[in-house]
Design a protein around this ligand. Structure first.
Ligand code: PLP
Length: 446
């Protein structure tokens, strides 16, 4: 092995021997990142970048948090691995802490290594518990990349895997999108017709085990359901004997200004899945949490699921440290306060730019959706162009942002703005000044 690799060698070897995540090899030009601190990361040339999307909406504590780093070091020194049918102190302590922060009534936990894994477990549990097969997902949603979770993903990332990976028994409902309602309604006159349509689907599909919802849709554009939606959905699920699975992989952990997004509506899901912010992405941990009635079912019925890396000791201590850091720094409350500032600034950008169709968000979770025509809400790009690897309008702007030292997650026709929860108002101003400038690219196309 070479003693010291140049940065160019690091990139070349990576490209030659690794797959580019969700990319064609030829289109992958990975940035060689060497360190991070606070909301900033640094590349091998010493250039610093403000992380305005917490990477994949996951580095909620920012980089270089000493408490989390020490918890990893301490657990590694004590016990790096033990099989999941044994237990560790961290496993018990984390379980107790979860009871404090999760929506009430979720009392039994399955620890895995990603959001994908958590959803795979949730689908199996929903089917084992109900004895039914079908899961109702939504078109504009993402739930993971393995067979079942990509099969339950509504967005076009599913297309290249179909039909082989299509999860038998998944049916899709229209997304809950009050900016551009697929049912062509407007709130509140609609009476939340999207929930009524779900009930119609449940009754006509038959054999429905669960409704699966990204509580607040993430990558697909921070779609926030209208007031009353989740209360109505909960009632529909109860009346039709169907479980409600809340996917909080991205929306959980303070991101929306509550510990979990579902807390905004005071609704208890039957199953909650999460990952990402649970350890601020310092180590890979996923979680499925279930209600007492599901927990009780598995006292006498086999829990036919498990992994070698289930409840891996190295992942659990850092989750405890992350939750305690969030409490110490009041990050949930901070997301409300700093998020309001971010929201105001984004609305001001909307008033100024004819290419912005909508700005929406909760806490420190915002989307800026671009359009060719504000009145008609015409998008710049369509799914097939993304799958074909075309550089979309949002990608062009994100490229300019990176050149200006700001990382911003671009997706289809929108940006997902979700900085670490420790972001300062000055950092927000810095990023939005650059976005204001680079939006000229889209404005010129309107
Ligand atoms: N569910 C949601 C809502 C997500 O945003 C993601 C990932 O972005 C997943 C599930 C899959 O999580 P992971 O990438 O950790 O497998």
């Amino acid at each position: 092995m070479a003693e010291t690799l140049s940065s160019q060698q690091v990139v070349d070897i990576t490209k030659q021997h690794n797959f580019g995540t969700w990319r064609r090899g030829k289109q992958w030009n990975p940035l060689h990142v060497v360190s991070g601190d606070g909301c900033w990361f640094t590349d091998a040339n010493g250039k610093r970048y403000l992380d305005f999307s917490a990477q994949l909406m996951c580095v909620n504590l920012g980089y270089n948090n000493q408490a989390v780093i020490q918890s990893i070091q301490q657990q590694a020194a004590e016990l790096a691995y033990i099989q999941p049918s044994y237990t560790t102190t961290a496993r018990a302590e984390l379980s107790q802490l979860l009871l404090e922060v999760l929506p009430k009534g979720l009392t039994k936990f399955f620890f895995c290594t990603s959001g994908t894994d958590a959803n795979e477990a949730a689908f199996k549990v929903a089917r084992m518990y109900t004895g039914k097969t079908k899961i109702i997902g939504r078109y504009r949603s993402y739930h993971g990349s393995t067979a079942s979770s990509i099969g339950a993903t509504g967005d076009a990332r599913r297309w290249p895997s179909e039909p082989r990976s299509k999860l038998p028994g998944v049916v899709f409902s229209p997304e809950v999108n009050c900016y551009k309602c697929p049912l062509k309604h407007s709130y509140p006159e609609c009476g939340i017709a999207c929930a009524d349509y779900l009930e119609y689907m449940i009754q006509n599909e038959g054999d429905v085990a669960a409704v699966l919802a990204e509580t607040v849709v993430g990558t697909n554009g921070v779609l926030i359901p209208p007031p009353g939606y989740y209360q109505k959905l909960r009632r529909i699920c109860d009346e039709n004997n169907v479980l409600l699975i809340a996917d909080e992989v991205m929306a959980g952990w303070g991101r929306t200004g509550k510990w979990f997004a579902i807390d905004h509506w005071g609704v208890q899901p039957d199953i909650l899945t999460t990952a990402k912010g649970i350890t601020s992405a310092y180590v890979p941990l996923g979680l499925m949490a279930v209600s007492e009635k599901i927990s009780a079912f598995f006292e006498d019925n086999l829990f036919a699921h498990g992994h070698t890396y289930e409840a891996h000791p190295l992942t659990l201590g850092p989750a405890i440290a992350t939750i305690r850091e969030m409490q110490r720094l009041n990050l949930v409350e901070r997301a409300v306060e700093v998020g309001a500032y971010l929201g105001e600034k984004l609305q001001a950008l909307k008033a100024k730019h004819k290419s912005i169709g909508d700005v929406r968000g909760l806490g420190l979770f915002w989307a800026v959706e671009l359009v060719k025509d504000q009145a008609k809400k015409t998008p710049f790009n369509v799914w097939q162009e993304k799958l074909d690897g075309k550089t979309l309008v949002v990608d062009q702007i994100a490229g300019k942002m990176i050149a200006s030292g700001i990382f911003l997650q671009a997706w289809m026709n929108h940006f997902v703005i979700a900085p670490p929860l420790i972001v300062s108002k000055e950092e927000i101003d810095f990023a939005l000044t650059a976005l204001d400038e680079h939006l000229a690219i889209a404005d010129q196309l309107v």
